[in-house]
Ligand binder design. Structure first.
Ligand code: ADP
Ligand code: MG
Length: 355
């Protein structure tokens, strides 16, 4: 009995002493969470499945805040939710519509990328996207004449923003869709929420859009794998990143097959009204802004490798991994040391795109 009490006393002392050592200088009552303590949340949002992982202090509460923020962004940018800001733009009763700073910010980025790609990226592609059935899942190959008619309404130059008045004006019949950019933006907002909660290490998977906050708890980089665009349950390479968004667009992601066996993807070339077919199977963007990386992945996929390389040389600030239809791999020089081939691509040569 006595021995037991002594043992429990020693154990208590041991814990207290250990605690005091770790807690030297910290506030009274503060709970010490080892850096490696991991929390996860997963949920459906923005038409996809998301898994958020964070480590260390405030990880659990930070993740809840990040999740809430993503749901908020979803509520703002949804095309179908009648209460969303975008729904209000598309179902406008007046020519000029008041918009929030948040919508203004994302719209501004979208229009910049539209200008820089001469309209290969165009959020007013929505009427065409709907005709193909990509908004409902009731797929069809539209008549050429119908596409031509709808393309009359697709023109980002007819979207004008008044940043002083905080309004947007669209030409008659135009509709917009932020499907190529809002998810990336929500990743930025989730990271901001985590940072605000003083979380320093997290990896967010927003339906394949990866957003890394800081580094792994052991101080090493995160390893982010890129899908093999043919055998999509396998991976073709891995990127080592810290504090970056890694976002891929590919024709294999969402598509349908018509009666003749042709496949049609949900990324539309606004110059034709048909699925983009510029010679690439997938383009991955690595950058510091999730919003920009998301928009660019779509924009560069439509543009193709030549124009994407030109864009990168002109504007920079991001890196790319491009897989062509011939299964050739191109990587911009900024990440050449951080990229490793794997799987079916293991023995291939990586072509470096240089400035
Ligand atoms: P995912 O959403 O599967 O990750 P993307 O980021 O490439 O893929 O976005 C595809 C979405 O972008 C489409 O579902 C559609 O809403 C929108 N979209 C399609 N083509 C274009 C385009 N040329 N410009 C801007 N947005 C587009
Ligand atoms: Mg995108």
């Amino acid at each position: 009995m006595k021995n037991k009490r002594i043992l429990s006393w020693i154990m208590t002392m041991g814990i207290v002493i250990a605690g005091m050592e770790v807690c030297a200088g910290c506030k009274k009552g503060e709970v010490i969470v080892p850096d490696s303590t991991r929390f996860d949340v997963d949920f459906n949002a923005m038409d996809t499945y998301m898994t958020l992982t964070a480590y260390g202090k405030n990880a659990e509460s930070g993740l809840e805040k990040a999740k809430t923020r993503i749901q908020e962004v979803e509520g703002i940018f949804s095309v179908t939710d009648e209460n969303s800001d975008i729904y209000k733009i598309n179902h406008r009763e007046t020519e000029q519509i008041a918009i929030s700073d948040e919508v203004m910010n994302v719209l501004g980025e979208a229009l910049t990328i539209s200008e820089r790609t001469s309209g290969n990226f165009d959020i007013s592609i929505y009427p065409v996207l709907r005709e193909w059935g990509f908004t409902t899942g009731e797929y069809q190959v539209p008549e050429e004449s119908v596409l031509q008619e709808l393309l009359q309404k697709v023109d980002y130059t007819k979207i004008s923003v008044d940043s002083d008045e905080k309004t947007v004006t669209l030409a008659d019949g135009m509709e917009v869709d932020f499907g190529a950019i809002a998810k990336g933006y929500s990743g930025d907002m989730a990271v901001a929420a985590l940072k605000e909660a003083e979380v320093t290490s997290a990896l967010l998977n927003l339906g394949g859009n990866i957003q890394a906050l800081g580094e792994k708890p052991d101080g090493s980089s995160w390893n982010v794998a890129i899908k093999d665009p043919v055998f999509t349950s396998e991976y073709m390479g891995v990127l080592s990143v810290k504090d970056k968004a890694v976002i891929t667009s590919g024709g294999y992601e969402r598509y349908f097959e018509d009666r003749d066996g042709n496949t049609w993807s949900h990324i539309i070339d606004p110059s034709t009204g048909y699925s983009a077919d510029s010679g690439t199977m997938s383009i991955t963007i690595v950058g510091t802004s999730g919003m920009e990386a998301d928009a660019l992945s779509t924009a560069m996929y439509v543009s193709g490798i030549e124009k994407a390389s030109e864009y990168w040389k002109t504007y920079g600030g991001f890196d790319m991994v491009i897989i062509t239809k011939e299964e050739e791999v191109y990587v911009t020089e900024g990440i050449k040391e951080d990229f490793t081939l794997m799987g079916n691509y293991k023995d291939k040569q990586v072509h470096i795109i240089e400035k």
